[in-house]
Design a protein around this ligand. Sequence first.
Ligand SMILES: Cc1cc2nc3c(=O)[nH]c(=O)nc-3n(C[C@H](O)[C@H](O)[C@H](O)COP(=O)(O)OP(=O)(O)OC[C@H]3O[C@@H](n4cnc5c(N)ncnc54)[C@H](O)[C@@H]3O)c2cc1C
Length: 300
Amino acid sequence: MHTLYDESLYVNTPVQSYWEHTAGGPDGASTPLKGSVDVDVAVIGGGYTGLSTALHLARDHHIDTCVLESGHMGWGASGRNGGFGCIPASKLGVEDLVSRYGLDETRRFFAAQLDGLQLIRDLCNGEGIDCDLVGDGNLEVAHRPSRLRDLVRYADELTRYFGIPTRVLDRAEFGELGFECAEQCGGIHMAAGFGLHPLKFARGLADSARRHGAALYPHSEVESWQRQGNVHVLTARDGRVKAERVVLATNGYLREGLHDGFDRRLLPAISNIVTTRPLSREELAAHRWNTPNPICNTRN
Ligand SMILES: Cc1cc2nc3c(=O)[nH]c(=O)nc-3n(C[C@H](O)[C@H](O)[C@H](O)COP(=O)(O)OP(=O)(O)OC[C@H]3O[C@@H](n4cnc5c(N)ncnc54)[C@H](O)[C@@H]3O)c2cc1C
């Protein structure tokens, strides 16, 4: 018999996340830091920021780089996010952005987002990263009829100001694309973005960084950070790294006490992604859902 939640909740045993469960086994290619290591650049944090930094430094600039990560590579938000490669990166609408920052700055903001999406595609293609990248854009669904009017205006602005192709879909067209439920009142398609498997992408970045010469140390939390003249000394449980420069790529996970400059300045925000067990046809019908498109957003 199916329980409402995962079986583990009833026996109190931690389980892997959906992404860990489907990433194809643990990443065992690197081992924790042991002993003393000298590098040009030490990166603290093995998520997209840290791994991409290490990859680009090693590949494009031949800089001797290492990454120190508390958990496994991609342990933080990079290995457990929603997998949406999407726009926009702000809750403010286009008109609000333009009136606050001006059209030129807003155009630069959107261009940077599109560049970011293209960088992911280029990295996947150029480095052979297989992370189940799918789709040709994002769908945004109107969950009330009045929201469709806003979305139509938004689609027009995206095309007019930033040249992003968009398409308005009525309820039936949206349903035919694979997303039919009681709260679907049509939506828009924006031809920018895709979906991917976030942990596979993080591991792909790690493999590429390693292949180009970066040293990766999982399960090596940096516990102290000191200066000796011009050199930074980072200490983990079983080793230490001396580096000319340090890149802090710890997101909101940085502990207080590691560096004065960051104490009391970071406030982690919590957000969640929920997956269900596979739903039966009867359950889907009861909720009037078909298979949801994996790249589908709602905004309030
Ligand atoms: C639930 C959720 C859903 C999201 N959905 C999306 C989405 O759909 N699309 C999207 O674009 N973005 C999404 N995001 C945001 C995205 O995941 C993050 O912006 C991105 O992963 C940040 O990457 P990062 O490398 O900067 O940080 P992280 O991936 O968090 O990496 C920071 C790493 O630093 C390590 N660390 C911290 N302190 C130390 C230390 N002292 N020593 C060693 N290591 C340390 C941590 O262990 C961690 O692994 C989502 C985030 C969350 C939480």
